[in-house]
Ligand binder design. Structure first.
Ligand SMILES: Cc1ncc(COP(=O)(O)O)c(C=O)c1O
Length: 455
Protein backbone atom coordinates (compact mmCIF):
# COMPACT_ATOMS: atom_id res chain seq x y z
CA UNK A 1 0.00 0.00 0.00
CA UNK A 2 1.30 3.50 -0.83
CA UNK A 3 2.65 5.42 2.16
CA UNK A 4 -0.08 8.06 2.05
CA UNK A 5 -2.88 5.53 1.97
CA UNK A 6 -1.24 3.59 4.80
CA UNK A 7 -0.91 6.76 6.90
CA UNK A 8 -4.61 7.48 6.34
CA UNK A 9 -5.63 3.97 7.25
CA UNK A 10 -3.53 3.96 10.41
CA UNK A 11 -5.08 7.27 11.41
CA UNK A 12 -8.61 5.99 10.82
CA UNK A 13 -7.99 2.92 12.95
CA UNK A 14 -6.22 4.93 15.61
CA UNK A 15 -9.00 7.56 15.88
CA UNK A 16 -11.74 4.94 16.06
CA UNK A 17 -9.89 2.85 18.66
CA UNK A 18 -8.89 5.92 20.71
CA UNK A 19 -12.56 6.94 21.00
CA UNK A 20 -13.54 3.42 22.05
CA UNK A 21 -10.62 3.25 24.50
CA UNK A 22 -11.64 6.50 26.20
CA UNK A 23 -15.35 5.61 26.29
CA UNK A 24 -14.69 2.36 28.11
CA UNK A 25 -12.44 3.87 30.78
CA UNK A 26 -14.53 6.51 32.61
CA UNK A 27 -13.04 5.74 36.03
CA UNK A 28 -9.49 6.14 34.72
CA UNK A 29 -10.54 9.49 33.26
CA UNK A 30 -12.03 10.58 36.60
CA UNK A 31 -8.90 9.47 38.50
CA UNK A 32 -6.74 11.34 36.03
CA UNK A 33 -8.74 14.55 36.59
CA UNK A 34 -8.30 14.16 40.36
CA UNK A 35 -4.62 13.33 40.00
CA UNK A 36 -4.00 16.48 37.95
CA UNK A 37 -4.80 18.62 40.99
CA UNK A 38 -1.79 17.20 42.85
CA UNK A 39 0.67 15.85 40.24
CA UNK A 40 1.91 17.33 36.95
CA UNK A 41 0.01 15.59 34.14
CA UNK A 42 -1.76 13.54 36.82
CA UNK A 43 1.01 10.97 37.12
CA UNK A 44 3.44 10.18 39.94
CA UNK A 45 6.41 9.98 37.55
CA UNK A 46 6.54 12.29 34.54
CA UNK A 47 7.65 9.60 32.09
CA UNK A 48 4.27 7.83 32.54
CA UNK A 49 2.53 10.78 30.88
CA UNK A 50 4.38 10.61 27.57
CA UNK A 51 4.93 6.90 27.25
CA UNK A 52 1.72 5.66 25.70
CA UNK A 53 0.18 8.56 23.77
CA UNK A 54 -3.43 7.70 24.55
CA UNK A 55 -6.06 8.56 27.17
CA UNK A 56 -4.82 8.00 30.74
CA UNK A 57 -5.08 4.56 32.21
CA UNK A 58 -5.06 3.81 35.93
CA UNK A 59 -4.22 0.32 37.08
CA UNK A 60 -5.98 -1.64 39.82
CA UNK A 61 -3.95 -4.86 40.03
CA UNK A 62 -2.84 -7.96 38.23
CA UNK A 63 -2.76 -11.74 38.28
CA UNK A 64 -0.13 -13.81 36.46
CA UNK A 65 0.39 -12.34 32.99
CA UNK A 66 -2.75 -10.19 33.19
CA UNK A 67 -3.21 -6.67 34.51
CA UNK A 68 -6.54 -5.04 35.35
CA UNK A 69 -7.35 -1.36 35.01
CA UNK A 70 -9.47 0.82 37.29
CA UNK A 71 -12.54 0.20 35.09
CA UNK A 72 -12.28 -3.58 35.33
CA UNK A 73 -10.83 -4.11 31.83
CA UNK A 74 -8.12 -6.76 31.75
CA UNK A 75 -5.12 -7.15 29.46
CA UNK A 76 -2.56 -9.86 28.82
CA UNK A 77 0.57 -7.79 29.37
CA UNK A 78 3.39 -8.05 26.81
CA UNK A 79 5.16 -4.96 28.13
CA UNK A 80 5.76 -6.00 31.78
CA UNK A 81 6.66 -2.50 32.91
CA UNK A 82 9.41 -2.47 30.30
CA UNK A 83 10.71 -5.79 31.65
CA UNK A 84 10.64 -4.67 35.29
CA UNK A 85 8.15 -7.35 36.24
CA UNK A 86 8.80 -10.49 34.25
CA UNK A 87 7.79 -12.67 37.24
CA UNK A 88 4.17 -11.63 36.64
CA UNK A 89 1.60 -10.26 39.06
CA UNK A 90 -0.16 -11.61 42.15
CA UNK A 91 0.80 -14.70 44.11
CA UNK A 92 4.09 -16.22 42.93
CA UNK A 93 7.41 -17.19 44.53
CA UNK A 94 8.59 -13.56 44.53
CA UNK A 95 5.51 -11.93 46.04
CA UNK A 96 5.34 -14.61 48.73
CA UNK A 97 9.01 -14.06 49.63
CA UNK A 98 8.53 -10.28 49.62
CA UNK A 99 5.48 -10.50 51.91
CA UNK A 100 7.38 -12.75 54.35
CA UNK A 101 10.42 -10.46 54.27
CA UNK A 102 8.32 -7.32 54.74
CA UNK A 103 6.74 -8.80 57.85
CA UNK A 104 10.24 -9.10 59.41
CA UNK A 105 11.74 -5.82 58.19
CA UNK A 106 12.43 -4.32 54.79
CA UNK A 107 15.67 -2.42 55.23
CA UNK A 108 18.32 -2.38 57.94
CA UNK A 109 21.40 -0.84 56.29
CA UNK A 110 23.12 -4.08 57.25
CA UNK A 111 23.75 -7.12 55.06
CA UNK A 112 21.66 -10.29 55.31
CA UNK A 113 22.21 -13.82 54.03
CA UNK A 114 19.97 -13.28 50.98
CA UNK A 115 22.61 -10.94 49.53
CA UNK A 116 25.21 -13.74 49.64
CA UNK A 117 22.84 -16.17 47.95
CA UNK A 118 21.92 -13.70 45.20
CA UNK A 119 25.55 -12.69 44.53
CA UNK A 120 26.59 -16.35 44.47
CA UNK A 121 23.85 -17.25 42.00
CA UNK A 122 24.63 -14.27 39.74
CA UNK A 123 28.33 -15.13 39.80
CA UNK A 124 27.57 -18.74 38.85
CA UNK A 125 25.32 -17.67 35.96
CA UNK A 126 27.42 -14.88 34.50
CA UNK A 127 30.91 -16.01 35.63
CA UNK A 128 31.49 -12.44 36.83
CA UNK A 129 32.77 -13.04 40.36
CA UNK A 130 31.91 -10.01 42.59
CA UNK A 131 28.62 -8.09 43.00
CA UNK A 132 27.14 -4.86 44.34
CA UNK A 133 23.48 -3.86 44.55
CA UNK A 134 21.75 -0.52 44.03
CA UNK A 135 18.21 0.75 43.54
CA UNK A 136 17.91 0.60 39.73
CA UNK A 137 19.88 -0.22 36.61
CA UNK A 138 20.49 3.53 36.20
CA UNK A 139 22.16 3.77 39.60
CA UNK A 140 24.16 0.59 38.90
CA UNK A 141 25.50 2.14 35.66
CA UNK A 142 26.22 5.41 37.48
CA UNK A 143 28.39 3.55 39.99
CA UNK A 144 30.14 1.58 37.23
CA UNK A 145 31.03 4.87 35.52
CA UNK A 146 32.33 6.38 38.78
CA UNK A 147 34.48 3.35 39.57
CA UNK A 148 35.86 3.38 36.01
CA UNK A 149 36.77 7.07 36.34
CA UNK A 150 38.49 6.47 39.66
CA UNK A 151 40.28 3.30 38.61
CA UNK A 152 41.64 4.48 35.27
CA UNK A 153 42.10 8.17 36.10
CA UNK A 154 40.52 8.89 32.70
CA UNK A 155 37.42 10.86 31.75
CA UNK A 156 35.81 9.59 28.55
CA UNK A 157 32.95 7.11 28.30
CA UNK A 158 32.35 5.35 24.98
CA UNK A 159 28.81 4.16 24.19
CA UNK A 160 26.92 2.94 21.13
CA UNK A 161 24.29 4.81 19.10
CA UNK A 162 20.77 3.69 20.01
CA UNK A 163 21.67 2.67 23.56
CA UNK A 164 19.85 3.50 26.75
CA UNK A 165 21.66 3.11 30.05
CA UNK A 166 19.30 5.14 32.25
CA UNK A 167 18.91 8.80 33.08
CA UNK A 168 22.63 9.39 33.53
CA UNK A 169 23.90 12.76 32.28
CA UNK A 170 26.91 11.45 30.33
CA UNK A 171 24.87 8.60 28.84
CA UNK A 172 22.00 10.82 27.67
CA UNK A 173 23.96 12.03 24.68
CA UNK A 174 24.41 11.44 20.98
CA UNK A 175 27.53 11.99 18.85
CA UNK A 176 30.89 13.15 20.15
CA UNK A 177 32.96 10.51 18.31
CA UNK A 178 36.28 11.30 16.61
CA UNK A 179 35.39 12.37 13.10
CA UNK A 180 32.07 13.91 14.22
CA UNK A 181 34.06 17.14 14.81
CA UNK A 182 31.49 18.30 17.34
CA UNK A 183 30.98 17.53 21.01
CA UNK A 184 28.18 15.18 22.04
CA UNK A 185 24.67 16.63 22.11
CA UNK A 186 22.56 16.27 25.27
CA UNK A 187 19.37 14.23 24.86
CA UNK A 188 17.14 15.97 27.38
CA UNK A 189 16.23 19.25 29.00
CA UNK A 190 18.01 19.96 32.25
CA UNK A 191 21.21 18.17 31.22
CA UNK A 192 24.22 20.48 31.18
CA UNK A 193 26.45 20.31 28.10
CA UNK A 194 29.48 19.93 30.40
CA UNK A 195 28.36 16.35 31.08
CA UNK A 196 28.50 15.65 27.36
CA UNK A 197 32.15 16.68 27.12
CA UNK A 198 33.24 13.19 28.14
CA UNK A 199 30.68 11.30 26.04
CA UNK A 200 31.58 9.45 22.85
CA UNK A 201 28.91 7.59 20.87
CA UNK A 202 29.91 5.27 18.02
CA UNK A 203 27.81 2.99 15.77
CA UNK A 204 26.88 -0.44 17.15
CA UNK A 205 28.52 -3.42 15.43
CA UNK A 206 31.39 -1.21 14.23
CA UNK A 207 34.71 -2.20 15.81
CA UNK A 208 36.80 0.13 13.65
CA UNK A 209 34.88 3.20 14.89
CA UNK A 210 35.28 1.89 18.43
CA UNK A 211 39.02 1.49 17.91
CA UNK A 212 39.27 5.05 16.59
CA UNK A 213 37.47 6.31 19.70
CA UNK A 214 39.93 4.47 21.94
CA UNK A 215 43.09 5.54 20.18
CA UNK A 216 43.80 8.73 22.15
CA UNK A 217 44.12 6.68 25.35
CA UNK A 218 41.66 8.85 27.34
CA UNK A 219 38.75 6.41 27.63
CA UNK A 220 37.80 5.13 31.10
CA UNK A 221 34.94 2.83 30.09
CA UNK A 222 33.27 1.30 27.06
CA UNK A 223 29.67 0.49 27.97
CA UNK A 224 27.39 -1.47 25.65
CA UNK A 225 24.05 -3.18 25.67
CA UNK A 226 25.01 -6.61 24.24
CA UNK A 227 22.00 -6.20 21.95
CA UNK A 228 20.31 -2.84 21.46
CA UNK A 229 16.89 -3.32 23.04
CA UNK A 230 15.61 0.24 23.27
CA UNK A 231 15.30 0.91 19.52
CA UNK A 232 13.53 -2.28 18.38
CA UNK A 233 16.11 -5.09 18.57
CA UNK A 234 19.64 -4.97 17.12
CA UNK A 235 21.64 -8.13 17.69
CA UNK A 236 25.45 -8.18 17.81
CA UNK A 237 27.32 -9.48 14.78
CA UNK A 238 29.48 -12.56 15.49
CA UNK A 239 32.65 -11.48 17.32
CA UNK A 240 31.45 -7.93 18.02
CA UNK A 241 31.04 -8.31 21.80
CA UNK A 242 34.33 -10.15 22.26
CA UNK A 243 35.91 -7.40 20.12
CA UNK A 244 34.53 -4.72 22.48
CA UNK A 245 36.26 -6.40 25.45
CA UNK A 246 39.50 -6.94 23.54
CA UNK A 247 39.76 -3.39 22.19
CA UNK A 248 38.91 -1.82 25.54
CA UNK A 249 41.58 -3.91 27.25
CA UNK A 250 44.20 -3.20 24.55
CA UNK A 251 43.68 0.54 25.08
CA UNK A 252 43.69 0.54 28.89
CA UNK A 253 39.93 1.11 29.19
CA UNK A 254 37.40 -0.97 31.14
CA UNK A 255 34.43 -2.72 29.49
CA UNK A 256 30.87 -3.04 30.79
CA UNK A 257 27.93 -4.91 29.29
CA UNK A 258 24.62 -3.43 30.41
CA UNK A 259 22.39 -6.51 30.55
CA UNK A 260 19.48 -4.80 32.34
CA UNK A 261 17.23 -6.05 29.53
CA UNK A 262 19.25 -8.79 27.90
CA UNK A 263 19.76 -10.96 30.99
CA UNK A 264 16.03 -11.59 30.65
CA UNK A 265 16.46 -12.83 27.09
CA UNK A 266 18.86 -15.69 27.90
CA UNK A 267 19.91 -17.58 31.04
CA UNK A 268 23.06 -15.85 32.33
CA UNK A 269 22.70 -13.16 29.67
CA UNK A 270 24.94 -12.62 26.64
CA UNK A 271 28.07 -12.76 28.81
CA UNK A 272 27.34 -16.43 29.44
CA UNK A 273 26.04 -17.21 25.95
CA UNK A 274 29.16 -15.72 24.34
CA UNK A 275 31.62 -16.58 27.12
CA UNK A 276 32.62 -12.94 27.64
CA UNK A 277 34.81 -11.56 30.44
CA UNK A 278 34.06 -7.84 30.72
CA UNK A 279 35.20 -5.84 33.75
CA UNK A 280 31.56 -5.12 34.65
CA UNK A 281 28.07 -6.35 33.88
CA UNK A 282 24.93 -4.44 34.89
CA UNK A 283 21.55 -5.96 35.76
CA UNK A 284 18.24 -4.62 37.05
CA UNK A 285 14.57 -4.47 36.13
CA UNK A 286 12.95 -7.91 36.58
CA UNK A 287 15.70 -9.04 38.95
CA UNK A 288 13.80 -7.20 41.67
CA UNK A 289 10.40 -8.06 40.13
CA UNK A 290 8.96 -4.63 40.78
CA UNK A 291 10.97 -3.92 43.94
CA UNK A 292 13.62 -1.29 43.20
CA UNK A 293 16.86 -3.14 42.51
CA UNK A 294 19.88 -2.80 40.28
CA UNK A 295 23.09 -4.83 40.37
CA UNK A 296 26.55 -4.80 38.89
CA UNK A 297 29.07 -7.57 38.71
CA UNK A 298 32.80 -6.89 38.52
CA UNK A 299 36.09 -8.67 38.02
CA UNK A 300 38.34 -9.61 40.93
CA UNK A 301 40.67 -6.71 40.06
CA UNK A 302 37.84 -4.16 40.16
CA UNK A 303 36.53 -5.67 43.38
CA UNK A 304 39.98 -5.26 44.97
CA UNK A 305 39.95 -1.58 43.93
CA UNK A 306 36.48 -1.11 45.48
CA UNK A 307 37.67 -2.71 48.73
CA UNK A 308 40.70 -0.43 48.83
CA UNK A 309 38.62 2.69 48.26
CA UNK A 310 35.39 2.21 50.17
CA UNK A 311 34.11 5.22 52.04
CA UNK A 312 35.03 5.20 55.74
CA UNK A 313 32.94 7.36 58.09
CA UNK A 314 34.76 10.54 59.09
CA UNK A 315 37.98 9.58 57.30
CA UNK A 316 39.93 12.57 55.93
CA UNK A 317 40.37 10.64 52.68
CA UNK A 318 37.12 10.25 50.75
CA UNK A 319 36.33 6.89 49.16
CA UNK A 320 34.30 5.96 46.09
CA UNK A 321 31.06 7.93 45.72
CA UNK A 322 28.78 4.90 45.61
CA UNK A 323 25.86 3.51 47.66
CA UNK A 324 22.58 4.82 49.15
CA UNK A 325 20.30 4.20 52.12
CA UNK A 326 17.62 2.30 50.20
CA UNK A 327 20.11 0.41 47.98
CA UNK A 328 20.39 -3.38 48.38
CA UNK A 329 17.41 -3.41 50.76
CA UNK A 330 16.49 -6.62 52.56
CA UNK A 331 13.20 -6.46 50.64
CA UNK A 332 14.74 -6.27 47.17
CA UNK A 333 17.36 -8.91 48.01
CA UNK A 334 14.57 -11.28 49.12
CA UNK A 335 12.76 -10.55 45.85
CA UNK A 336 15.89 -11.24 43.80
CA UNK A 337 16.60 -14.48 45.63
CA UNK A 338 13.06 -15.74 45.00
CA UNK A 339 13.23 -14.58 41.38
CA UNK A 340 16.46 -16.51 40.75
CA UNK A 341 15.57 -19.60 42.75
CA UNK A 342 11.89 -19.89 41.94
CA UNK A 343 11.04 -18.07 38.70
CA UNK A 344 13.97 -17.17 36.41
CA UNK A 345 15.38 -20.68 36.56
CA UNK A 346 17.13 -22.49 33.72
CA UNK A 347 13.88 -24.35 33.06
CA UNK A 348 11.97 -21.03 33.18
CA UNK A 349 14.26 -19.59 30.49
CA UNK A 350 13.77 -22.70 28.32
CA UNK A 351 10.03 -22.24 28.62
CA UNK A 352 10.02 -18.53 27.67
CA UNK A 353 12.36 -19.26 24.75
CA UNK A 354 9.88 -21.85 23.45
CA UNK A 355 6.96 -19.44 23.86
CA UNK A 356 9.02 -16.63 22.29
CA UNK A 357 9.70 -18.82 19.28
CA UNK A 358 5.99 -19.52 18.93
CA UNK A 359 5.31 -15.79 19.11
CA UNK A 360 7.94 -14.99 16.46
CA UNK A 361 6.78 -17.86 14.21
CA UNK A 362 3.21 -16.59 14.50
CA UNK A 363 4.25 -13.02 13.64
CA UNK A 364 6.22 -14.33 10.65
CA UNK A 365 3.11 -16.26 9.53
CA UNK A 366 0.98 -13.07 9.72
CA UNK A 367 3.62 -11.20 7.71
CA UNK A 368 3.73 -13.92 5.02
CA UNK A 369 -0.06 -14.18 4.84
CA UNK A 370 -0.28 -10.51 3.88
CA UNK A 371 2.75 -10.53 1.58
CA UNK A 372 4.57 -7.85 3.61
CA UNK A 373 8.28 -7.19 3.13
CA UNK A 374 8.83 -7.45 6.88
CA UNK A 375 10.16 -10.07 9.29
CA UNK A 376 9.68 -10.94 12.96
CA UNK A 377 12.18 -9.84 15.57
CA UNK A 378 13.32 -12.88 17.47
CA UNK A 379 15.69 -13.59 20.30
CA UNK A 380 14.54 -15.90 23.08
CA UNK A 381 11.31 -14.47 24.51
CA UNK A 382 11.52 -11.20 22.54
CA UNK A 383 9.70 -10.64 19.25
CA UNK A 384 7.67 -8.05 17.34
CA UNK A 385 7.04 -6.71 13.84
CA UNK A 386 10.28 -5.64 12.12
CA UNK A 387 9.12 -3.38 9.29
CA UNK A 388 12.12 -4.02 7.06
CA UNK A 389 12.94 -7.23 5.14
CA UNK A 390 16.15 -7.77 7.14
CA UNK A 391 16.90 -7.30 10.80
CA UNK A 392 18.72 -4.03 11.58
CA UNK A 393 22.42 -4.10 12.43
CA UNK A 394 22.79 -0.49 13.54
CA UNK A 395 20.68 2.20 15.20
CA UNK A 396 20.26 3.94 11.84
CA UNK A 397 18.79 0.77 10.34
CA UNK A 398 16.71 0.13 13.46
CA UNK A 399 15.01 3.47 12.91
CA UNK A 400 13.39 2.15 9.72
CA UNK A 401 12.31 -1.09 11.37
CA UNK A 402 9.70 0.61 13.54
CA UNK A 403 7.01 3.21 12.98
CA UNK A 404 5.32 5.18 15.73
CA UNK A 405 2.03 5.61 13.82
CA UNK A 406 1.85 1.83 13.41
CA UNK A 407 2.74 1.28 17.06
CA UNK A 408 0.12 3.80 18.30
CA UNK A 409 -2.67 2.24 16.24
CA UNK A 410 -1.64 -1.31 17.15
CA UNK A 411 -1.43 -0.44 20.87
CA UNK A 412 -4.98 0.94 20.99
CA UNK A 413 -6.44 -1.82 18.82
CA UNK A 414 -4.85 -4.46 21.05
CA UNK A 415 -5.75 -2.73 24.34
CA UNK A 416 -9.41 -2.63 23.28
CA UNK A 417 -9.20 -6.39 22.73
CA UNK A 418 -7.48 -7.33 25.98
CA UNK A 419 -3.79 -7.24 25.05
CA UNK A 420 -1.31 -4.73 26.50
CA UNK A 421 1.20 -4.12 23.72
CA UNK A 422 4.83 -3.23 24.31
CA UNK A 423 6.12 0.34 24.35
CA UNK A 424 7.06 1.87 20.97
CA UNK A 425 10.81 1.33 21.17
CA UNK A 426 10.59 -2.27 22.38
CA UNK A 427 8.70 -5.35 21.27
CA UNK A 428 6.32 -7.80 22.85
CA UNK A 429 8.16 -10.02 25.28
CA UNK A 430 7.11 -13.29 26.85
CA UNK A 431 7.35 -13.25 30.66
CA UNK A 432 7.75 -16.15 33.07
CA UNK A 433 4.00 -15.86 33.71
CA UNK A 434 2.80 -16.22 30.12
CA UNK A 435 1.10 -19.34 28.75
CA UNK A 436 0.55 -20.79 25.29
CA UNK A 437 -2.98 -19.38 25.44
CA UNK A 438 -1.54 -15.87 25.96
CA UNK A 439 0.60 -16.25 22.84
CA UNK A 440 -2.47 -17.39 20.87
CA UNK A 441 -4.34 -14.34 22.12
CA UNK A 442 -1.57 -11.96 21.02
CA UNK A 443 -1.33 -13.54 17.57
CA UNK A 444 -5.08 -13.60 17.12
CA UNK A 445 -5.51 -9.89 17.89
CA UNK A 446 -2.33 -8.78 16.06
CA UNK A 447 -3.44 -10.88 13.06
CA UNK A 448 -6.83 -9.17 12.87
CA UNK A 449 -5.17 -5.74 13.16
CA UNK A 450 -2.84 -6.47 10.24
CA UNK A 451 -5.75 -7.95 8.26
CA UNK A 452 -7.76 -4.74 8.69
CA UNK A 453 -4.73 -2.60 7.88
CA UNK A 454 -3.95 -4.48 4.68
CA UNK A 455 -7.50 -5.39 3.60
C1 LIG B 1 19.69 -1.40 28.92
C2 LIG B 1 19.15 -0.54 30.02
N1 LIG B 1 19.96 -0.11 30.98
C3 LIG B 1 19.52 0.66 31.99
C4 LIG B 1 18.20 1.04 32.06
C5 LIG B 1 17.73 1.90 33.19
O1 LIG B 1 16.88 1.14 34.00
P1 LIG B 1 16.10 1.84 35.20
O2 LIG B 1 15.14 2.79 34.56
O3 LIG B 1 15.41 0.70 35.86
O4 LIG B 1 17.08 2.51 36.05
C6 LIG B 1 17.31 0.63 31.06
C7 LIG B 1 15.89 1.04 31.09
O5 LIG B 1 15.14 0.89 30.15
C8 LIG B 1 17.80 -0.18 30.01
O6 LIG B 1 17.00 -0.60 29.04
Amino acid sequence: MADKAMTERLKTIRDREAADFAARRPRSAALSRRARSVMPDGVPMAWMAGLHRHAPLFVAGGQGSTLEDADGNSYVDFNLADLSNTAGFGPNAVTQAVAARAARGMQFLLPGEDAILVATELAARTRIPFWQFTISASSANTEVIRIAHALTGRRKIVMFDGKYHGHIDTAMTTGGAPGDNEPAVMQGLGLLPAAGADAVNVPFNDLSRLEAALEAGDVALVIAEPALTNCSLVLPEPGFLAGVCRLARDHGALACFDEAHTWQLAYGGFVRAENLSPDFVTLGKGLGSGTPLGAYGMSAAVSAFVEEHHEVADSPVRGLAIGGTTFASALSMAAARAMLEGVATEEGYRRIARLGNRLADGIDAIIRKHGLQWCAFRYGPRSGFCQTPQHPKTYAEAHHSMDIAFSDALRLYMANRGVWESIYSAGPQVSFAHSDADIDRYLDVAGSFIAELHA
